[in-house]
Design a protein around this ligand. Structure first.
Ligand code: ATP
Ligand code: MG
Length: 333
């Protein structure tokens, strides 16, 4: 039976990339009737320093972001990673399955650790094994993510395959990445070669889901572009990463293909296109931001949703962990 799992880190402000690459797609898929688990991956967040009160706030705000984007906590299981200890218990087993060499090839580690990799946390290095545990502890079959997580998903499959091979079992299914739509890789508004990120120090590089209408418009007006007008076919975006990014953002927000946006907007100057994009972004994002603000007035209700979701998640994870320990040779009760 199909089962969906995906996670988002409470590591900073949610942004348009998280919305178009993750939250919006989760909400669009909600009524397909597939059991879905969505996790606030707080244990992943602390692989880089998080101020404790900010982390707590960000976890609640992320939960509010899921709900404001249209996820119903009755239909989907919304929970936080640290309340389901089976994730870390499974991760230890996978730490012992994964190889150092596999981890060293992860481009995200290289990006996040920067020049001084010796000073990165051990958790940041081992992060993909915990991510494999997040997914496999539910025997999840489908993992909707942005393009940036593709390499980690491949590593998850490598871990599942090596476990199955080493223990001569078929216990773990191979999870499939689900990477679809026009905006699976939203780029920074300041640099078309970098993805939009919570952890980018420049606030002008992203549209936050908590930004108000004026801020959204201003950031789009100031977004980096080139001087040419929009081309009349998609090929004309080659070598123009900033222009391509704004077209993809428009497509994602309007539920159109990039081709359809070009067909409609080709030939227009950015001075004309940007205000249209700003209006569209405000009309889609401002109501979500307002709803998040409303939900954040009642943090106790958010905590209760996470508590309930964690109980439901544990019911699935506990027997899978127990069986894994049994396969590995642990004496149980
Ligand atoms: P951080 O900088 O802390 O890693 P992030 O912005 O990359 O934060 P994550 O929590 O790592 O956000 O990712 C949550 C989800 O959002 C994942 O599915 C990821 O693929 C997706 N995502 C993140 N950034 C983008 C982006 N720029 N475009 C599309 N999807 C994205
Ligand atoms: Mg990330």
């Amino acid at each position: 039976t199909p089962r969906v799992f995906s996670g988002i880190q409470p590591s900073g402000d949610l942004h348009l990339g998280n919305y178009l690459g993750a939250l919006k797609r989760f909400a669009d898929a909600q009524d397909r009737g597939v059991q879905s688990l969505y996790c606030m991956v707080d244990l992943h967040a602390i692989t880089v320093w998080q101020e404790p009160e900010r982390l707590r706030h960000a976890t609640r705000e992320l939960t509010a972001g899921f709900i404001a984007s249209g996820l119903d906590p009755e239909k989907s299981i919304l929970f936080n990673q640290s309340q389901v200890p089976e994730h870390t218990q499974m991760a230890w087993v996978f730490n012992c399955v994964a190889r150092m060499g596999w981890m060293k090839r992860m481009t995200q580690f290289k990006d996040k650790a920067g020049k001084n990799a010796e000073n990165a946390s051990l958790g940041l290095f081992g992060y993909p094994a915990l991510m494999a545990a997040d997914i496999l502890v539910y025997h999840a079959t489908h993992v909707p993510v942005g393009e940036d997580q593709k390499q980690h998903l491949e590593l998850t499959r490598d871990i599942a395959a090596k476990f199955n091979h080493d223990y001569e079992t078929e216990f773990f299914p191979m999870p499939e990445p689900v990477i679809e739509g026009a905006a699976t890789r939203v780029m920074s508004l300041r640099d078309g070669s970098k993805k939009m990120s919570k952890s980018d120090p420049s606030d002008m590089s992203r549209i936050n889901m908590t930004d108000d209408a004026d801020t959204i418009s201003r950031k789009i007006r100031k977004a980096k572009t080139d001087p040419e007008p929009l081309p009349s076919d998609l090929g004309g975006l080659d070598g123009r990463p900033e222009a391509r990014n704004l077209v993809n953002i428009y497509a994602g927000l309007a539920d159109m293909s990039a081709e359809a946006v070009i067909a409609e907007m080709g030939g227009r100057a950015f001075s004309e296109f940007k205000p249209l994009l700003a209006d569209l972004a405000v009309s889609r994002m401002a109501p979500i931001s307002e709803e998040m603000g409303r939900l954040m007035q009642e943090p106790a209700e958010i905590d209760a949703i996470l508590c309930r979701g964690s109980d439901r998640a544990r019911e699935i994870a506990a027997p899978i962990l127990r069986k894994t320990y049994d396969i590995v040779g642990m004496v149980g009760r």
